[in-house]
Design a protein around this ligand. Structure first.
Ligand code: F3S
Length: 63
């Protein structure tokens, strides 16, 4: 699965980094980095993070 985070929309809520720390890392309050190609063992965590993000900044596409 490939993901894109809309970094203009991201407000640094950190739910993603909490739920899927192997994929999302927050550096400071709003500097988010992430791995766009999600390994299979992280799929459920990333889906949970996408649901939990208060501003729906995580866009997931099945690939
Ligand atoms: Fe940003 Fe949403 Fe994560 S606001 S830090 S992408 S939970």
């Amino acid at each position: 699965m490939q993901i894109v985070v809309d970094l203009n929309r991201c407000q640094g809520y950190a739910q993603c980094a909490f739920l899927a720390p192997q994929v999302f890392q927050l550096h400071g309050e709003e500097a988010l980095t992430y791995a766009p190609a999600v390994p299979d063992d992280q799929l459920e965590r990333v889906r949970g993070a996408a649901t939990a993000c208060p501003v729906q900044a995580i866009l997931a596409g099945e690939q």
